[in-house]
Structures are given as C-alpha cells and as structure tokens.
Design a protein around this ligand. Structure first.
Ligand code: NAG
Ligand code: NAG
Ligand code: NAG
Length: 274
C-alpha cells in the first residue's frame, strides 16, 4: 500500500507540471474533511456505488474525507432487487436467480452524521421503492438538503431527487434506457436529453451506471482541481474519463426524444491530464 502511494506521488509530481494550477478554494477544499453519505437500498446498481467509491477511496489517501453508507436499516444491503412489477398490471417478477453483492450500511436515515456531500445511486430497486410508495430516501434528501454542499445522483437515482422536489427548475439527466420512466416524476424539471452528466448549482446528476464515474471525476476536478492527485489516480486505476458532459451517444442509442443526433458515436477519451 505504502509503495503504491509513493508511486502515485511520483506520478503526481510529474503530472502537476503538465496541467493548470488549483484555485485558492480548491486548495482549501483539499484540507477540508468532507463527510460523504452514499445511500443504499435493496436492488442498488453495483457500479453506481462502487465506481464513484473507487475514485473516492483513492482520493482519501491524500485529502481528508469520511464515507457513511446510509439505508433504512444498518447491515448488509443486497444489490438484488426485491420482486418487481416489470409489466404494469401483472404480478411482480421474482428476481432471486440474479447474482448479487451486499454492501454494509453503517447508518440509518435517522443516525446518519452531518453530511457535506450526498450521493444517491440508481438501480432496479428504485422502481420497487416507487411501487411500494416508499419515500424514505426523498424524506432524507429534504431533511438534509440545506446542510449539503453537494447532492449527486447516478443513473435512476435522479428519480429520488425528482420525487423530493429539489430538481424543480433545475437541469438534470438520468439513465437513457429508462428516460420515459424517469420523466414522469417531479415538476418543472429541465431534463437534458443529451448529457453524460449535468451540474446545476449544488446538484450533479449523471446518465446511466458507468457515467457516474465520469461525473465523479468532473465533480472532484471542480472540488479539488484535477491536476496532480486526481489525474494520477485515474491513470493508476487505468480509467480514461469522458470529460465532455455533452458526449452522450447513449441518448441516440436509446432514442431519447430531443437527443442531439449531431455528435459522433465514437469515443474520444484519453488518459486524464494528457
Ligand atoms: C401506492 O399508492 C398507490 C396510489 O395511492 C396505491 O394505489 C397503491 O396501492 C400503493 N401501493 C402500495 C404497495 O402501498
Ligand atoms: C440503465 O439502467 C439499467 C438498469 O439499472 C441498466 O441495465 C442499463 O445498463 C442502464 N443503461 C445505461 C445506458 O446506462
Ligand atoms: C470548494 O471548491 C469549489 C470550487 O472551487 C468552491 O466553489 C467551494 O466554495 C469550495 N468549498 C466547498 C465547501 O465546496
């Protein structure tokens, strides 16, 4: 571990020379111990949580932060969705045959510590929460909204933001293969059809699943500055983030109404900082 951190530091010094300098606020943020909350619910999408977490864990070697995993109850929360109504009017479909992973919730909605940053993932379980009229995540968002510096959602996690009301008159995006389903929630939301991620004030939302990693990179670049630590981490985990929020071929693939057809469907990534 120590060795790999030293290697990262060497890479850091090398990259720092190649890119822009952080602002005063970004330098201050680097010493501020951010308290981060990540919400879990049965049927969360694994990568929505672990993708951003992978980057955060690496960043925590350099900049102070804590992460709390927050759910209705503490203990293991499975990524396997409870039975779910796939076709309206038909009985719920049992999903017990799906493989799954559990993550450990450290806090409940009532015991969660004070938070600076809250991330809401998506997943099939979102739909079950809606079917069950479960509004615990929305209530939590509303209770904590004012204390938060930033509120982020990945994929269909934006449904909880929409249902809580915080997206009113704001730009947001979501999983492009579930566009029509998500669009029924909330009022006066400016859903952006072609967007890998969006930022509006303190709210960041990303498109489906893997897009959460690109949003996390963009978000942390804003928070800390990308040069040095963040860019070397991306190279260390060998992930080339999309850095153009309007790069969104999946809006075309999934036929989202109003999607921009003008962009290239081809990827345009390169290692961060190059
Ligand atoms: C959820 O609310 C709707 C509308 O009020 C109702 O028809 C439905 O039965 C409720 N579902 C559950 C699981 O309580
Ligand atoms: C949207 O979400 C579904 C279910 O979570 C997932 O299978 C799919 O890959 C996602 N689509 C995109 C474009 O990310
Ligand atoms: C962190 O950095 C951003 C971007 O420079 C700045 O707007 C913000 O005020 C800083 N502090 C916090 C708590 O986000």
């Amino acid at each position: 571990m120590r060795l790999s951190i030293n290697i990262l530091l060497l890479a850091t010094a090398h990259l720092a020379a190649a890119t822009g300098n952080p602002t005063k606020k970004q330098l201050e943020n680097r010493t501020k111990p951010f308290s981060i909350g990540i919400v879990l619910f049965p049927g969360f999408e694994p990568l929505d949580v672990i993708g951003p977490f992978e980057i955060l864990q690496s960043v925590s070697a350099y900049y102070p932060m804590t992460v709390s995993f927050i759910a209705s109850q503490t203990g293991p929360i499975s990524s396997r969705s409870p039975p779910h109504v796939m076709v309206p009017g038909e009985p719920p479909v049992n999903l017990d045959h799906l493989i799954a992973v559990s993550l450990h919730a450290t806090h409940t909605f009532s015991t969660a510590p004070k938070l600076n940053i809250l991330l809401i993932p998506g997943g099939m379980g979102n739909m079950v929460l809606v079917e069950n009229n479960d509004t615990s995540i929305e209530t939590f968002i509303n209770q904590r909204y004012d204390e938060l510096d930033y509120l982020l959602s990945v994929c269909t996690g934006s449904v909880s933001l929409a249902r809580s009301g915080v997206l009113k008159r704001r730009r947001a995006t979501t999983n492009k293969s579930f566009w029509a389903w998500v669009g029924q929630f909330g009022e006066k939301i400016k859903w952006v059809p072609t967007a890998r991620w969006t930022q509006d004030g303190k709210i960041w939302t990303s498109s489906g699943v893997a897009a959460g990693m690109d949003m996390t990179y963009a978000f942390l670049s804003k928070l800390y500055g990308a040069q040095g630590v963040l860019n070397s981490i991306m190279s260390a985990i060998e992930y080339a983030p999309h850095t153009d929020p309007s790069w969104d071929p999946f809006s075309v693939v999934w036929d989202v109404p109003g999607a921009s057809q003008g962009g290239s469907l081809e990827s345009c990534v390169k290692p961060a900082g190059w």
